[in-house]
Design a protein around this ligand. Sequence first.
Ligand code: EPU
Length: 430
Amino acid sequence: MSAKFVIRGGRALSGRVACSGSKNSALPIITAAALASSGEVVLDNVPQYSDIYDLCQILKDLGAEIEFVGPTTLRVRAANLSGHVAPYQLARKLRGSTYVAGLLLGRLGRAEVACPGGCAIGSRPIDFHLKGFQALGAEVGVERGCIVGQAGSAGRLKGARFYIDRASFGTTVNMMIAAVLAEGTTVLENAAREPEIVDLATFMNSMGAQVRGAGTNTIRIEGVPELKGASHEIIPDRLEAGTYLMAAGITGGEITVDQCIPEHLHTVLVKLQEAGMEITEGFDSIHLKAHRPIQSVDIETQPHPGFATDLQSPFLALMTLGNGISVINETIFENRFSVANELMRMGANIKVDRNTGIVRGVERLTGAPVEATDLRGGAALVVAGLAAEGITEVNNVIWIDRGYYRLEESLGRLGAEISREGAAPLLGED
Ligand code: EPU
């Protein structure tokens, strides 16, 4: 049975906390490391989450040598990568496994990878990914629950111009990974602009790739025949940073988040300021001093640099204690509001109409047993529990462990009364 967090709410957070490396950067970068047909890749600041371990296991099964050589340092040698069939049960667990299809098509010219899993936040189709591979000349489709594909005649993908229907993060990553070894030039239009895309491009360029324009909506890739090993440090997790800030905000606290890049959270910081929080940006830190009352503000999620959908859930928790009405418009994942029901068990007043949540701020939240059903929704329940009167039990912590490394310990260091009961974290143990 999955562990639970037991939280006694009501303590204002204070102190300093450091961010881990970004999960959503590490998954593409570890996959891209296996594009190197010679040398070794050394990655630093790799976070220790179950999704990362699962991805490493998939790549090992395909013939790569991968090991942690320090607490957050991963070494990858992929000269012998030769399997093109990813283990089904592992690959279906995580969304990031889709990138393995791009890797295998680009490097080996064939791929069979289970259709992905991931958080229950919406239907999460893969049609853009398939269309993208087809644009690069692959014959690809879904068979027996897997993405099955083969590169064109010479077993090598061919560069092409490809317009991504929405600025999808995962599709942009997959196309970049698939196209770096393709023959000729690929131009990705309407590409995602997340910092993790820039991190992936920086890393692949250090392996010998030719990727330009990452961070804008047009990415140009000149295919190269091979890539070699390199060293790289993964960027900090902006979503983890944002979660701590909202936890401090809702508890009326004052904290500094270290080892983060304030520019990556620009929109979120603007909204926290509108909500009445005092924010001071450092070079690689963010200081937040909360003020009362929490001002109710509206947000709409958008691809980067808009308000990140991942931080919508903790922001929703923050708004439950606002001084008025907050309108939250979710434009990316339709099921992000499933957390609203659990927040209402704690006394929140939220009405959901399709992709809009209307939050009427309440005077107080009260502790209750609640269930996490996705990663960021789970984090939102923790945020709410920290401010609620009495005891909150957040069940199914396994979801939260997918993207926060021992969250209870980081929050405990900031003065929260939170403990883990039941099974220890599945992975990432010392
Ligand atoms: N979409 C399609 N077809 C596709 C791909 C996407 O219709 O083939 C739609 C999606 O349904 C969604 C929109 O396009 O409505 C954007 O999805 P996107 O592809 O950008 O999301 P993703 O790549 O599946 C990643 C992160 C998510 C994060 C989103 C948005 C990983 C492993 N996942 O998902 O992270 O919320 O980008 O930024 O990097 C999390 O960390 O909690 C998480 C869920």
